[in-house]
Design a protein around this ligand. Structure first.
Ligand code: XIL
Length: 454
C-alpha cells in the first residue's frame, strides 16, 4: 500500500469514528422524542405516507419523511397514466426514484395501483374487450415484474364499487367490457407476476359497515371461498365533517380481518384542525391497534402544503412541517413518548421490564455476512423490546427477519423492534432476529447497543 492510500484509509477511519459518534448522539435524541415509524414498529405495524417524487428534492420534505415514516406509497407515480401512457411503453423513472429512496432507508413500499378507472390513459378506454383484457394483464405483469421483490403489497384493484346503497360495481372500461370477472382475473394475473407480493383490494367509503363495504365484504368472502388470491383490503379513510370517522370503524376492520385477510389504513387524511382533528386521528390509530390483522397505517401525504385537499389541512404536519396536535395524538395512540425529552418507555406501563442482547455472526462470505441477535427478557415478562445496531458505512443491511427495522437519516443506525409475533417474552425467555449485511468493502462487526424493554 503506498503512503497516500495509507493516509486516505487513516482519514476515512477518523471520519468514520466522528460519524459514528454523531450518529449515536442523534439516535439518543430520536429515542427520547420517538417518531411515528418507530412507535408503530413497537406495535408490530408500519406508519407510512404517500410521497410525490417531485418533492424529494425539498430538504424539509425529505427530512420529515426519513425521520418519521417507515413505509411509503407513491401518490401518483405508479398509476396507469404515469407508467404506461402509451401502450406497452413503460416509464418507471419517477416511481423508481421513490422506490430506491425507500429501499435505501428500509422503508416498505405499497404499490398503488394496477387497475383503476381513474388516471387511466385514453388509449385503454378505446380498446375492444379482447384487447382490453390483454392490455390489463400485460400492464399488471410488466409493472409487477419490474418491481418484483421491492413492493410489500399491491393495490391490485382500486375503487371498483359504486357509492350509495346499490352495492353494485362501478362503471369503468374494465367493468363495462369485461364484466365483474375482471377483478378475479386481475388478482390471478397479479399472483402469477409476483407470487411474493401481498395482493390487496382498496377503496373509500368502505370504512364503516354500509352497503358499499358489504359489497366488498361479499367479494372478499367469495374470493376466499373459491381460492382466488387476495391477501389484504385497504381502507382509504379520507374523512371530513361530511364523511366522519364511522363509529363502527374498528368493527368493520375486524369483520374483514375475520375473513382471513390483513387490513390496512391506506390513505388516511382527516380535514379539520386542533383538538377535534387530533381526537379523530387518535381514534383511527386506536382502531387499527385493536385489530391484530391491521398491519399498518399510511397518511395521504406528509404536509398540508402538498395535500390533495390542502384547504382542509388534513395531515399531521402543517405547511411549515411543524407537528400538529393530530401528530401528538397519533404518536400517543401508538405508545410513543412525545417530545418531552423524558424517557422512552412508552408511558412507563411495565416498570420492571428489562432485557439483554447477544450478537453472533452466523455466516460470512466475500461480500456479506449474516448476523443473529438474541434478545432475552430479564426477571420480569416483557411486551416489547428495542435494539439499536450501528453499522460501519458503506455496509448496508440487505434483509432482516423476525424483527421490524427502522433507520436514522444516515442509514447506518438500525433500530430493531419486534415483528408482530415476538414482542412478548416470558421472564428469562428469548427470541432472535437475523439479518444479512453487504460488506461493501468493510468487514467491521456492528456495534450493538443495550436492549430496552417495555
Ligand atoms: C389522488 C392524488 O392524491 C392526487 O394528487 C391526484 O391528483 C388524484 O389522486 N383515492 C386514491 C388515490 O386511491 O390514488 C387518490 O390520490 C385519492 C383518492
Amino acid at each position: 500500500m503506498s503512503m497516500p492510500s495509507v493516509r486516505r484509509v487513516a482519514q476515512a477511519f477518523a471520519s468514520a469514528l466522528l460519524a459514528a459518534t454523531t450518529v449515536t448522539a442523534l439516535a439518543h435524541d430520536a429515542a427520547a422524542a420517538d417518531t411515528l415509524g418507530s412507535a408503530a414498529a413497537g406495535k408490530g405495524r408500519y406508519f407510512g405516507a404517500a410521497v410525490a417524487a417531485n418533492h424529494l428534492g425539498e430538504s424539509a420534505y425529505t427530512a420529515t419523511l426519513d425521520r418519521e415514516f417507515n413505509q411509503v406509497t407513491p401518490e401518483n407515480e405508479m398509476k396507469w397514466d404515469a407508467l404506461e401512457g402509451t401502450r406497452n411503453t413503460f416509464t418507471f423513472g419517477a416511481a423508481d426514484q421513490i422506490v430506491s429512496h425507500a429501499q435505501s432507508r428500509g422503508m416498505k413500499v405499497r404499490g398503488h395501483t394496477l387497475v383503476w378507472h381513474s388516471q387511466l390513459p385514453s388509449w385503454v378506454s378505446g380498446l375492444s374487450a379482447t384487447e382490453l383484457r390483454s392490455a390489463m394483464n400485460n400492464h399488471i405483469t410488466q409493472v409487477m415484474q419490474h418491481y418484483k421483490g421491492k413492493i410489500h403489497s399491491w393495490d391490485v384493484v382500486n375503487e371498483a364499487f359504486q357509492d350509495g346503497s346499490s352495492g353494485a360495481r362501478r362503471s369503468s372500461p374494465f367493468q363495462d367490457k369485461l364484466g365483474s370477472g375482471f377483478m378475479e382475473e386481475a388478482f390471478r394475473t397479479a399472483r402469477a407476476a409476483d407470487p411474493n407480493a401481498k395482493l390487496c383490494y382498496n377503496d373509500y367509503n368502505t370504512d364503516g359497515v354500509n352497503a358499499k363495504s358489504n359489497a366488498v365484504y361479499a367479494m372478499v368472502k367469495d374470493f376466499k371461498s373459491r381460492g382466488v388470491p387476495i391477501d389484504c383490503v385497504g381502507f382509504q379513510s379520507h374523512f371530513n365533517p361530511a364523511s366522519p370517522v364511522p363509529s363502527d370503524y374498528q368493527a368493520n376492520l375486524q369483520r374483514f380481518a375475520d375473513l382471513g385477510v390483513d387490513v390496512q389504513i391506506t390513505e388516511l387524511d382527516i380535514e379539520g384542525s386542533g383538538s377535534a382533528q387530533a381526537t379523530n386521528y387518535g381514534n383511527v390509530v386506536k382502531a387499527c391497534l385493536a385489530v391484530s390483522r391491521c398491519t399498518g397505517i399510511t397518511v395521504w401525504g406528509i404536509t398540508d402544503k402538498y395535500s390533495w385537499r390542502s384547504s382542509g389541512t388534513p395531515l399531521l404536519f402543517d405547511s411549515n412541517y411543524a407537528k400538529k396536535p393530530a401528530y401528538d395524538a397519533v404518536l400517543a395512540a401508538l405508545g410513543g413518548s412525545g417530545n418531552d425529552g423524558g424517557g422512552d418507555d412508552g408511558g412507563g406501563g411495565n416498570p420492571g421490564a428489562t432485557c439483554t442482547v447477544a450478537f453472533t455472526r452466523t455466516a460470512d462470505w466475500n461480500d456479506g455476512y449474516n448476523g443473529e441477535v438474541t434478545v432475552k427478557a430479564g426477571s420480569a415478562p416483557i411486551t416489547g423490546w428495542t435494539v439499536t445496531l450501528t453499522f460501519t458505512p458503506p455496509q448496508k443491511v440487505a434483509t432482516l427477519w423476525n424483527g421490524t427495522p427502522s433507520w436514522d437519516s444516515s442509514g447506518s443506525v438500525m433500530t430493531v423492534r419486534p415483528a408482530s409475533y415476538n414482542g412478548s417474552l416470558a421472564a428469562g425467555a428469548s427470541t432472535s432476529f437475523g439479518f444479512t449485511a453487504m460488506k461493501n468493502g468493510s468487514n467491521t462487526t456492528p456495534t450493538v447497543g443495550t436492549c430496552t424493554a417495555s
